[in-house]
Ligand binder design. Structure first.
Ligand code: NAD
Length: 481
């Protein structure tokens, strides 16, 4: 199967006539070919987006919203097909894609279809002198770049607000997980999205991503991915002063105080550590436990991890699927080795996992791993691993917990487990993160601002913040004198 570009409402082959291998992580085998796009494809996509912009920006909001609802309906109708494609592409359990990723992608379109009909801008009455109002107009052509871990969900989380606000877009899914982005093109055709409003260009970051972000007609970039690539995008676009939203890496802490509801904290910490093989930017990869319950908690956490079923992602009952790529698999293993060198103790896991069945004989499977004995400054506690590898440290009191939680360059999210009301508010305020969950993990109200601080991000996505990002405010003063 060849995964082609979707440009100007049509599927097309890459200008280079070259194709990249698309691997299935569970089998380690090529299962499709993906277009190796380049700057020629990007230029065509930008041209199509520019041509489509005036009419789309002028399309009544209710009509835009109706088309977006039809896109959501299209994904919903084909939910099983999308979930399977995402599981094969990414290695994640099919049950997770079916339950979380794909329904959330549908919701992204529905949410912003509704949000745009409720959005309004400000007017300021200045009495007999005059009045001021704020026009919020779409930017034009925007560039949208997403990673491999939640392929359709994060892709649509950018697309939906961008087109709802009246922009046209050139979007690039990760070359590691291009399948759902490709299928989305079919849904766009079925839903009647006008040609050129959303163009999907497949290919690698250096050849397609960089061509998108540096194209002079691309006015703003919304990127989700690693801090390294986010920094590169900030550098290459600085001279043009492009509007940027960068959602980047994380090294998130799960903080467990001894007054927390023990079982809920344990189950929540397990889920936060290992869902999607630990490959969610919000995963709690550093567990901090109060010293009074440390030994018991570590033992119970390890027991919970040992019970997780590593399996064929397509089989029911699988908790831990395959690691997304051979490169990521080797990176995870290298960090486990580094942890040992740094003096860490592997409490459970720590090695490749045997293939769960014959189909998966050459797949990239890893035992979910817990490591103790590493201080906050060790590399394993400082650098994002992005796999099923979790460290546990102890802390003495509130101040120590906050200091350890904040001791990384990242600042995406944190999870706090406690039943002390005033402590909750004190610690939530003191954590240097964009998101804090209290006695929960990964609960989202799409209206809230989403994003990180420090090296985890600039800008915020979600709700009206996203619509603001994808529009430019113009201040108009009308004198009545
Ligand atoms: P990545 O940075 O390697 O790639 C992300 C995207 O950027 C891909 O589509 C890639 O092709 C593209 N890209 C690569 N080089 C580029 C360049 N020079 N110019 C433009 N685009 C380029 O990230 P990844 O490995 O796909 O994803 C994992 C990372 O994403 C982790 O660091 C994770 O924390 C982060 N992430 C963050 C969030 C968040 O909301 N903060 C959410 C999910 C994932």
């Amino acid at each position: 199967m060849n995964l082609r570009h979707f440009i100007n409402g049509e599927f097309c082959d890459p200008a280079s006539a070259s194709w990249l291998d698309n691997m299935e992580p569970a089998t380690g085998k090529v299962y499709a070919k993906v277009a190796a796009g380049n700057e020629i494809d990007v230029a065509r996509a930008v041209e199509a987006a520019q041509a489509a912009f005036p009419a789309w920006a002028d399309t009544p909001i209710n009509d835009r919203a109706r088309i977006m609802e039809r896109i959501a309906d299209g994904i919903e109708r084909r939910r099983e097909e999308f979930a399977r494609a995402e599981s094969i592409d990414n290695g994640k359990p099919l049950s997770l894609a079916r339950r979380v990723d794909i329904p959330r992608a549908e919701d992204n379109f529905r949410f912003f279809a509704r949000a745009i009909t409720q959005w309004h801008s400000e007017a300021y009455d200045m009495g007999s002198r005059g009045f001021n109002y704020v026009l919020r107009r779409p930017l034009g052509v925007v560039g949208l770049i997403s990673p491999w871990n939640l392929p359709l969900y994060l892709f649509t989380w950018k697309i939906a607000p961008a087109i709802a606000a009246g922009n046209t877009a050139v979007a690039k899914p990760s070359e590691i997980t291009p399948m759902t982005g490709y299928l989305l093109g079919e849904v766009l055709q079925e839903a009647g999205l006008p040609a050129g409003v959303l163009n999907i260009v497949q290919g690698t970051g250096p050849s397609v991503g960089e061509a998108i972000v540096t194209h002079p007609q691309v006015k703003a970039i919304s990127f989700t991915g690693s801090t390294k690539v986010g920094r590169r995008i900030a550098e290459v676009t600085a001279g043009d002063f492009k509007k940027l939203s960068l959602e980047m890496g994380g090294k998130n802490a799960s903080i467990i105080f001894d007054d927390a509801h023990y079982d809920k904290a344990l189950q929540g910490t397990l889920r936060a550590g290992f869902t999607n093989q630990g490959q969610i930017c919000l995963c709690g990869s550093r567990v901090l436990v109060q010293d009074t319950i440390y030994d018991r908690f570590v033992a119970d956490l390890a027991e919970g991890v040992r019970k997780l079923r590593i399996g064929d992602p397509l089989e029911e009952g699988t908790d831990i699927g395959a690691i997304v790529s051979q490169m990521q698999w080797e990176k995870d293993l290298a960090y486990i080795e580094l942890a040992r060198q740094e003096g860490g103790k592997v409490i459970c896991g720590g090695a490749k996992a045997p293939a769960p069945n014959a189909r998966c004989a050459d797949g990239w499977f890893l035992q979910p791993t817990i490591i103790t004995g590493l201080g906050p400054q060790c590399r394993v506690n400082q650098e994002e691993i992005f796999g099923p590898v979790v460290t546990v440290q102890s802390f003495t009191d509130e101040a120590d917990a906050i200091a350890k939680a904040n001791a990384t360059p990242y600042g995406l999210s944190a999870t706090l487990w406690t039943n002390d009301l005033t402590r909750t508010h004190r610690v939530a305020a003191a954590l240097e993160t964009g998101i804090v969950w209290v006695n929960s993990w990964m609960v989202r109200d799409l209206r809230t601002p989403f994003g990180g601080v420090k090296q985890s991000g600039i800008g915020r996505e979600g709700g009206f913040e996203a619509l603001q990002f994808f529009t430019e405010p113009k201040n108009v003063y009308v004198d009545l004198g």
